[in-house]
Design a protein around this ligand. Structure first.
Ligand SMILES: [Zn+2]
Length: 65
């Protein structure tokens, strides 16, 4: 089973973890405007780009043990 994410396809994984980039203009996103816990197993970050105003969502699996 694979976790679906909206990770930009051309971003390196390490770079994505450090600081995600806007999928539209590639500007660095500093902090999510909203983070939510989904079903207790997934954290979903909502990002709003200050450069182009584009909104994107990333998901992270939560390790519960
Ligand atoms: Zn942008």
């Amino acid at each position: 089973m694979r976790l679906h994410t909206d990770t930009p396809r051309n971003s390196a994984f390490k770079r994505y973890l450090a600081s995600p980039a806007c999928p539209y203009c590639k500007e660095m996103l500093l902090a999510p405007m909203l983070s939510e816990l989904v079903d207790g197993v997934e954290i979903r970050h909502h990002w709003s780009c200050e450069s182009c105003g584009g909104v994107s969502v990333t998901s992270l699996a939560v390790m519960t043990h």
